[in-house]
Design a protein around this ligand. Structure first.
Ligand SMILES: Nc1ncnc2c1ncn2[C@@H]1O[C@H](COP(=O)(O)OP(=O)(O)OP(=O)(O)O)[C@@H](O)[C@H]1O
Ligand SMILES: [Mg+2]
Length: 229
């Protein structure tokens, strides 16, 4: 079953008199549980595509369906609910709250979705363990390494059991070795839980870990050539 169906998706930004076709007549179909990577030059529309898939932005035209839900037709409230319950985001810059511990950062989305205190503490502890940070649960973000911060961000993204994980350059601020560990973790989580994952990266080693690979140029996706992978 396809989780993601995108057809003739276009997002045009207008700034003054000029127009940027950040996503241009793009098509994509991904099966449930797929792990796909996207590589492409700066400005090719990768982040714009993830924002559209995550319900953070709305298309100029075209269709995006996630688990049968047509995002392009959802009202603002329904799109907000989709964002909160169905999608997890991981970014290059981690975006952890600096005054909260690792555990509390993971707990936050559970609190926002109304889970009672004891239950959310237990789930957050489970997630912290899954990403290998049991010994760091009480650390503040500044007391964590970059790789550890990204593990916390990943645990937080998984908190509400999303169907879809969108990662935009998750290893971009990490050294090669740490980046590889984060990629390992994504592959492992993808295998263990049936979360569909879309991973944008400039790191070809990380991109090659994904069984499904695309190149993005000028707002469109092309299957990565097997010989080049
Ligand atoms: N809010 C916006 N308003 C106007 N133009 C935008 C906006 N967001 C993105 N763009 C333009 O759309 C194009 C695609 O941007 P996008 O951020 O999707 O690229 P990217 O592939 O993620 O690049 P990078 O690898 O540098 O992160 C760029 O030309 C950018 O300038
Ligand atoms: Mg980007």
């Amino acid at each position: 079953m396809a989780t993601i169906r995108i057809d003739r998706l276009t997002r045009v930004f207008r700034v003054g008199d000029s127009e940027v076709r950040a996503v241009d007549n793009l098509a994509l179909t991904l099966d449930t549980g797929a792990l796909a990577s996207i590589v492409g030059p700066s400005g090719s529309g990768k982040s714009t595509l993830l924002a559209l898939l995550g319900g953070l932005d709305t298309p100029t035209s075209g269709a995006i369906t996630v688990d049968g839900r047509p995002l392009h037709q959802l009202a603002a409230d329904d799109l907000a609910a989709y964002r909160r319950t169905s999608v997890g985001f991981v970014f290059q810059d981690f975006f952890l709250l600096s005054h909260l511990t690792a555990l509390e950062n993971v707990e936050l989305p559970l609190k926002l979705s109304g889970m009672p205190r004891a239950a959310r503490r237990e789930r957050a502890e489970g997630l912290i363990t899954q990403v290998g940070l049991t010994q760091r649960a009480a650390h503040l973000p500044r007391q964590l390494s970059g790789g550890e911060r990204q593990r916390v961000a990943l645990a937080r993204a998984l908190a509400n059991q999303p169907r879809l994980l969108l990662a935009d350059e998750p290893t971009g601020n990490l050294d090669v070795h740490t980046g590889r560990q984060i990629a390992d973790l994504l592959v492992e989580l993808n295998a263990r839980q049936r979360i569909t994952m879309l991973l944008v990266t400039h790191n070809l080693d990380v991109a090659r870990r994904a069984p499904v690979r695309f190149n993005m140029t000028d707002g469109a996706l092309h299957p990565a050539h097997p010989a080049a992978s």
